[in-house]
Design a binder for this molecule. Structure first.
Ligand SMILES: NC(=O)c1ccc[n+]([C@@H]2O[C@H](COP(=O)([O-])OP(=O)(O)OC[C@H]3O[C@@H](n4cnc5c(N)ncnc54)[C@H](OP(=O)(O)O)[C@@H]3O)[C@@H](O)[C@H]2O)c1
Length: 301
């Protein structure tokens, strides 16, 4: 059992709250609340090894679910293995409506680097690692991560995606998504298997995918921006600060509220290792942005 000995916050769980409405992924029975949680920050510094305080990590996950979050984004290469093991420790057996989305296609070097791992055997091993460390017999959604962290690069994804399609037919994966991809790669992917979501780098200041998001919305495919708060380089903008001040909110809340309003197919997975930040981020789902503030924020990117 986790304890709260290191937490300043009171032990009460966050009550269920409005999480920005929901979105049903195409061809699935998965209706996700639009405010989800990204688990990458639960590993140690540099997404490596165990966190400073596992009890806090467990408390963050349980609080997220208590608030109504039913979408957790993870990967077995966070830690590596550590993040998935903490998710299992905190939440297994999982509630029926919880959707855990994981990703394959990368591995960590001994120097903590992020390397591609897209060979057939690496992908099969990664799916089995995720199943074991999450304690599942079938993975809800597996994203094939193709490009680099800072952006996709063109090239066929047929070989690795065919492996995931096979694992789906074998019953190890329910649904498939893509990460760090271009529109052309999505189109190629759709000829191989149904794609339910795309996860790329996007936030109020990094808007390369503006057109892609609109196309995905028309197709009914979920768009899950990673680094919604800027990731390793937190968002900083005087316009964000000014909006936050006028709304009596924080810049991070404004950044999340802007994303929720940007398109109804956007599902959020802000990452945090802190209970305080989790609670702050959840409140962004009910933050209303007046038109003049939206126009000002639109001009950041
Ligand atoms: N597909 C991919 O290639 C890829 C790449 C990167 C990430 N991801 C996924 O995307 C998720 C989100 O990305 P991310 O966690 O890297 O970046 P992020 O959500 O943009 O930002 C996380 C950073 O913001 C801080 N933070 C969170 N809430 C805050 C708040 N209210 N006030 C101030 N600081 C706050 C966190 O620190 P604290 O811990 O101190 O709160 C952490 O340093 C990840 O968890 C992961 O699942 C996918």
């Amino acid at each position: 059992m986790y304890r709260y000995h290191n937490l300043e916050e009171k032990p009460e769980m966050t009550k269920r709250m409005d999480l920005g409405g929901s979105f049903t992924l195409p061809g699935t029975a998965m209706t996700l609340n639009r405010m989800g949680y990204g688990a990458m920050q639960l590993a140690g510094p540099g997404v490596w090894g165990p966190p400073r305080d596992v009890d806090v990590a467990i408390a963050v996950l349980r609080d997220a679910l208590a608030a109504g979050i039913n979408h957790i984004d993870t990967s077995d290469f966070y830690g590596p293995h550590v993040t998935n093991q903490i998710i299992k420790q905190a939440l297994h057996p999982y509630p029926d409506d919880l959707v855990i989305v994981t990703k394959v296609g990368a591995r960590r070097g001994a120097d903590k680097s992020w390397l591609h791992a897209l060979s057939r055997q690496e992908l099969i091993d990664a799916v089995h690692d995720n199943l074991r460390n999450l304690g599942l017999e079938k993975l809800d959604i597996v994203n094939l991560r193709v490009g680099g962290v800072m952006g996709p690069s063109e090239g066929s994804i047929e070989e690795p995606l065919t492996v995931l399609a096979e694992l789906k037919r074998q019953g190890l994966i329910r649904h498939v998504g893509l990460s760090n991809v271009t529109p052309e790669q999505l189109a190629e992917g759709q000829r191989i298997t149904e794609i339910v979501c795309v996860q790329n780098l996007y936030n109020v200041a990094h808007r390369n995918d503006d057109g892609f998001i609109d196309d995905l919305a028309r197709l009914g495919i979920g768009y899950v921006p990673f680094f919604p708060l800027g990731g390793f380089t937190p968002l900083q903008s005087s316009k964000l600060e000014a909006a936050a001040t006028s709304l009596q909110a924080t810049p991070m809340q404004v950044a999340l509220a802007w994303l929720l309003r940007r398109s109804s197919n956007i599902l959020l997975i802000p990452g945090t290792s802190s209970l305080e930040h989790l609670r702050e981020n959840l409140k962004a789902a009910t933050l209303q942005l007046p038109p003049e503030i939206i126009a000002n924020l639109d001009s950041i990117g």
